[in-house]
Structures are given as structure tokens and as C-alpha cells.
Write a protein of this length. Structure first.
Length: 256
């Protein structure tokens, strides 16, 4: 067999290996990208259905015979929207695991969403779940940011963030109403050394009602950022490897 034939076979073999490796990388990138897209689509779909059910609740009241006891018990009592972290979640009148896993729960005794003076609503949800954002990015809020709570009367109340606090679960000092203002407190777990040992409290006060809610910004969770970093690194490796091979071929041709 001639040397040229051997070289051609070697090149063909290397080309097949390259195509195979690039194929694996592209498939991997596709899977990573799809996992981000799919989790967001599923989450948005679930929450949007619940929010739509809440906003259509007046129609349901007109035809109570078609509403089951289960639906009544699991129907949202409001919607919370936080544009800065791009979330809109249904609010349920209990802190059950079911409510916290698909939206926000209102603490018993602190579930007044009216925005009237002297009232306090305390809303809680999970954070750190890879498949669902919920309150994962709540720590990105800062003083003077705002959030919105839509109540059963379909009134949208606007709240301004006053302060953020990290406390232990048994610390309830901040859960107090004030006679001259309407307050809302958002609560989620935060991890200390991998253990959900503390709670993040975002305290806000009512500043007025609005007709519509401003559009939110796209905010990625830590899980999604890691996936995107992996995708980016894979793309860089592909480009670097192609450049290295071209340089190697160029040097080989120059030697000839």
C-alpha cells in the first residue's frame, strides 16, 4: 500500500473521529440548552394556568355547580409579581407543601392582601429548586425595588422594599403589623453550609395601586448559569481544537 493511500486513510479516520466527537458535543449542548428551556416552559405553563384560573375566578363563581371542592381548596387567592427577578406566582391561602411547591403560600393570620392600613401579609415560597424558580432569586432584591400583589378584588397593589433580613426560623420579631401602613413580608429559605438553617425576609410597604405591571427582566438561576457556563466552555473548546488542527496542518504543509 502506498504512502499516499495510508495518509488518505488516516485523514479519513481522523475526520470520522472528529465528526463523532463534534456530534457528541453538539448533542450535549442541545440537551443542556433544552433542560433550561424545558424547565422554564413547564414552570411558566403551570403557574400561568393557576394565575389564569385566579383571574377567571369571577366566572367560576357564577357557575359553582361545576367547581369541585378540591378546586375550591386549591384555588389561588392572589398573584405576586416581582419584575426585577421576572416572576409571577399564584398565592394560596395556606403554607402546605403543595402550595409552596407550585407557588406562594400565605401565612395563617397574615393573609390580608387588601393593602389597607394596619394590615400585614406574609408570603412564603421555596428557593433553590433546579426545576422551578419560585423565590430562588429573592436575594437579588434591594431597598427601593418593588413588587406587586393582585388580590381577589383584582386590585393590583404596589409595594416598595424597605429592608432585607436574614434570621433564624424561630425569629418572628419582624412579623408585626403597623397601624399607619400596610406591609408585606416575603420569606424564603437560605442555605448555610448546605443546610436551610436561616430565612431571608424581604420587608415592603404599600405605596399605591396600579393598572398594570411592568415587564420583568430575564433572571437565570444558579443552576441555569452553571449549565450555560458548561455550554460556553464546550463551544470554546471546539473552536480552540479547530484552530489547533488548522495550525498543525499549515505547519505540515509549510515543511513540505
Amino acid at each position: 500500500m502506498s504512502k499516499d493511500s495510508q495518509k488518505d486513510r488516516k485523514k479519513s479516520k481522523n475526520r470520522i473521529i472528529d465528526i463523532f466527537l463534534y456530534g457528541i458535543v453538539i448533542i450535549g449542548i442541545g440537551i443542556l440548552a433544552f433542560s433550561i428551556f424545558d424547565s422554564r416552559v413547564i414552570e411558566k405553563s403551570e403557574t400561568n394556568k393557576a394565575i389564569e384560573a385566579f383571574r377567571n375566578s369571577e366566572k367560576a363563581k357564577e357557575n359553582k355547580s361545576q367547581v369541585s371542592v378540591f378546586d375550591e381548596e386549591n384555588k389561588p387567592i392572589g398573584v405576586i409579581s416581582i419584575p426585577k427577578i421576572d416572576i409571577a406566582l399564584p398565592i394560596y391561602d395556606r403554607l402546605s407543601e403543595r402550595a409552596l411547591s407550585k407557588g406562594v403560600g400565605a401565612m395563617n393570620g397574615f393573609d390580608d392582601l387588601s393593602g389597607k392600613e394596619g394590615t400585614l401579609c406574609v408570603l412564603s415560597s421555596h428557593s433553590g429548586l433546579s426545576a422551578s424558580g419560585l423565590f430562588t432569586n429573592l436575594d437579588k432584591l434591594r431597598k427601593k425595588d418593588h413588587f406587586y400583589i393582585e388580590n381577589k378584588e383584582k386590585v393590583i397593589n404596589k409595594y416598595l422594599v424597605d429592608s432585607l433580613h436574614i434570621v433564624k426560623p424561630n425569629n418572628t420579631k419582624l412579623l408585626k403589623a403597623e397601624p399607619d401602613k400596610a406591609k408585606a413580608i416575603l420569606i424564603t429559605c437560605i442555605s448555610e453550609e448546605g443546610i436551610n438553617s436561616h430565612r431571608l425576609l424581604v420587608v415592603g410597604h404599600f405605596v399605591g395601586t396600579v393598572d398594570h405591571i411592568e415587564k420583568g427582566r430575564l433572571t437565570l438561576s444558579t443552576y441555569e448559569k452553571i449549565l450555560l457556563c458548561v455550554v460556553f466552555c464546550l463551544l470554546v473548546l471546539i473552536i480552540f481544537e479547530r484552530m489547533r488542527r488548522r495550525k498543525k496542518r499549515r505547519c505540515a504543509n509549510e515543511k513540505k
